[in-house]
Design a protein. Structure first.
Ligand SMILES: O=C(O)CCC(=O)C(=O)O
Length: 259
């Protein structure tokens, strides 16, 4: 399923983009469901397995509960998101990269509301203390992602780097857990401008960041990660804490023709 061109991009750059992967209706349905989860959460009704992380920076334009949410984690057992992470095309591509048996172990909807800070330069593997590598990240644009509203920026070829030291992000209002790479020249990075439904596939050593949302609207994305099945989460042993965002779920394979 992985074309020779995408395989080359993967090997050479550490990522590739699939334009128009998801129809706009699917992006809207995802967004609607996550808003519903935020509103239920604000009313004291939690959704099984899911947790909602407030945005650290107050949003002066906030009207509804979701306007003050940063991220919603552990969505991949909820039916609409399960269907997404088990999408045969994505699973096929990822299988070609890391093997046929996969787990999805983390998923998050990122609101990035007006004014929210971006996430500084990092490698996702820094956060994944596992016994297998790489993990594969999927970043689906739910809204447009622009320079103004805080799109991702990637550093091509940095997937060949080891995991660098990450120092705490000390900006006021930095989101919980943000850390930063400061020992690598990222001046040749490139922005990843996306339309709703575009999808980025990236290596867990690829250095990437996002910038602040300077626009009046939101820049929403659905992000999830795959590891080889049987991967052991060593977060507790190596980092002396549990990562509450991790939730390993075996991916069921569906034929591409099935709905
Ligand atoms: O979408 C963003 O603003 C940052 C996402 C990111 O860097 C990540 O999920 O690792």
């Amino acid at each position: 399923m992985l074309s020779a061109e995408r395989k080359r991009e993967w090997d050479d750059q550490g990522f590739f983009i699939i334009r128009n992967f998801a129809p706009i209706e699917e992006c809207r349905a995802i967004h609607t469901r996550v808003i519903e989860i935020c509103r239920l959460n604000a009313a004291g009704k939690s959704t099984p397995n899911v947790f909602v992380l407030p945005e650290k920076k107050p949003n002066p334009l906030a009207r509804n509960p979701e306007d003050s949410v940063g991220k919603v984690f552990r969505l991949h057992r909820d039916p609409i998101f399960k269907k997404l992470v088990e999408d045969p095309e994505v699973v096929g591509l990822v299988s070609d990269l890391i093997g046929p048996d996969l787990d999805c172990f983390v998923s998050q909807f990122i609101f990035k509301n007006h004014g929210a800070l971006g996430q500084p330069w990092h490698q996702d593997s820094y956060y994944f203390a596992f016994n297998t590598r790489p993990q594969i990240g999927i970043w689906l644009a739910v809204t447009e992602a622009t320079l103004d509203n805080g799109c991702l920026h990637v550093m091509p070829v940095s997937h060949l780097e080891p995991v660098h030291e990450h120092v705490p992000d000390r900006r006021p209002h930095a989101q919980y857990g943000y850390t930063e790479i400061v020992d690598y020249d990222t001046s040749k990075s490139m922005p990843v401008l996306m339309q709703p439904g575009d999808l980025l596939v990236f290596h867990s050593h690829l250095m990437h960041r996002s910038t602040d949302n300077l626009s009046g609207g939101i820049r929403a994305a659905m992000v999830w990660h795959y590891a080889r099945s049987g991967t052991i989460d060593q977060t507790r042993e190596k980092l002396c804490h549990r990562n509450p965002a991790h939730d390993f779920m075996k991916i069921e394979r569906h034929r591409a023709t099935e709905d």
